[in-house]
Design a protein around this ligand. Structure first.
Ligand code: EPZ
Length: 417
């Protein structure tokens, strides 16, 4: 299994650039199934998950290629296949985003049920209920979701939970439906706004994105875009800010939209992290006081993001006092805790609540990555632990972080593969 060795205890110093948002480019690539002609996406992160989505588009008849490392060009000639390949959907559940666009564009979609993953069962019932509300016939057989609709019809689409993926899938489908759709209890993540902006520039009529009620008036066609920039990855930004906070020197994290991580910055300030905020940067500085415990409860945006929970736990393992973390989004997202405990962290898990008692320092150990964000949390822990930490299972990390270890090394971290 691939391994990264980190020698802890070195300060990080300098400037680091945040890459484009994984959770924005994935639904946006799916949306390109509905955009006629050519589209170019820029500020695209070079990630395994993005490559899988590029392969998915090609399998559906939409040619897509990376070029110049952070651009993707898409050619959509409209000859679409409506069946998504099993191996691609099961290797990345975000491939399920192609369901809405395929249904809207061809009237048919046959997409394998995405499996769960280590953090939870991650069903798609909210997506399917929404497609039925738009007039699709939905059936599940042999592990495939089959959907059919001569023409999707707009209407009220209440979501039982503000699901990010369901909001995105249904907003895409409704963009080409007949009539008006109102998505109620919609999710408000910045990645949804980024997707909506692309669709609007392509000719869609969408209002209220970023609020819990999104109004969509269906149009007949959507046109490709000469160039569309993906927003910065707020989760990578938060991860880099915590890395800087742990190593306690001056680091400038550039290309971040501070407004996208307000809830994270609020908690970091409360915990004693010293930083200033500029229009497109956060500058972390040496602390003026010791880190102290804070309580965290993950929630849909603009609440504290579940994708930052693991990284925050690492910071709190060396914060004085007792911190409580409640994971309210996924049913099994504390697997990094047992690996942190192997590094000397004092953590008690009770169902969806973790109690962290701060310790003076962590000690290097052999640890294993179980999921993407847990991987980031363990690398952060290695930066500040005494001695060497061997982090195994790097393939999880490469799904969602573009060269995280390289970026940290350029700031002064001591690591090697
Ligand atoms: C998106 O996943 C992100 N992935 C996740 O990031 C992120 O953790 C999550 O949103 C929450 O912010 C992408 O955007 C590619 P949800 P998604 O639908 O859309 C339940 C990362 O690390 N649910 O908002 O799958 C679900 O089980 C990844 O980058 C249903 O019950 O998240 C979960 O408990 C991890 N039925 C909760 O809702 C449904 O039909 C939130 O899921 C859909 C969701």
């Amino acid at each position: 299994m691939s391994r990264l060795t980190i020698e802890g205890g070195f300060p990080l110093k300098g400037t680091v650039q945040v890459s484009g948002a994984k959770n924005s480019v994935l639904p946006i690539l799916a949306a390109c199934i509905m955009l006629d002609g050519e589209t170019v996406l820029t500020n695209v992160p070079y990630l395994n998950d993005v490559s899988i989505m590029v392969r998915m588009l090609s399998a559906l008849g939409v040619r897509a290629e990376y070029y110049h490392h952070n651009k993707i060009k898409i050619w959509n000639k409209g000859k679409l296949r409506h069946m998504a390949p099993y191996d691609l959907v099961t290797s990345m559940r975000a491939s399920f985003f192609v369901a809405g666009p395929l249904l809207a564009k061809t009237g048919l979609a046959k997409v394998p049920l995405p499996g769960g993953c280590s953090i939870g069962t991650r069903p798609v019932d909210i997506h399917l209920k929404g497609f039925e509300a738009l007039g699709a016939k939905v059936s599940i057989e042999h592990g495939f979701v089959s959907m059919q609709a001569d023409k999707l019809k707009g209407g009220p689409v209440p979501l039982g939970f503000p699901s990010v993926g369901a909001t995105e899938n249904l907003m895409m489908a409704a963009s080409l439906a007949e009539g008006d759709t109102v998505i109620q209890n919609a999710a408000k993540e910045p990645e949804i706004t980024d997707l909506a902006n692309l669709l609007i520039q392509a000719g869609a009529k969408i209002e209220g994105v970023g609020t819990s009620t999104i109004h969509i008036t269906g149009v007949k066609t959507l046109q490709g875009l000469a160039s569309y920039p993906i927003i910065p990855d707020r989760i990578e930004a938060g991860t880099l800010i915590i890395a800087a906070a742990l190593c306690d020197d001056e680091v400038r994290v550039e290309g971040v939209v501070p407004g996208h991580i307000e809830s994270v910055l609020y908690k970091l300030k409360q915990c004693g992290v010293n930083f200033t905020v500029e229009e497109n940067a956060v500058v972390v500085k040496p602390r003026k006081r010791n880190l102290t415990a804070v309580d965290i409860e993950t929630a849909p945006y603009p609440g504290f993001p579940t994708d930052m929970q693991a990284q925050m736990m690492t910071l709190l393992t060396i914060a004085e006092g007792k911190s409580i973390i409640k994971e309210k989004i996924f049913e099994n997202r504390f697997m990094h805790a047992r690996e942190l405990m192997r590094m000397g962290a004092k953590i008690k898990i009770d169902e969806h609540t973790a109690t962290i008692t701060g310790v003076k320092n962590l000690s290097g150990a052999e640890v294993k990555i179980t999921d993407l964000r847990a991987g980031a949390a363990l690398i952060l822990a290695g930066l500040v632990a005494k001695g060497y930490t061997n982090v195994y299972g790097l393939h999880h990390l490469n799904r969602g972080y573009y060269q995280l270890d390289q970026k940290l090394k350029e700031l002064g971290a001591k690591s090697f593969k």
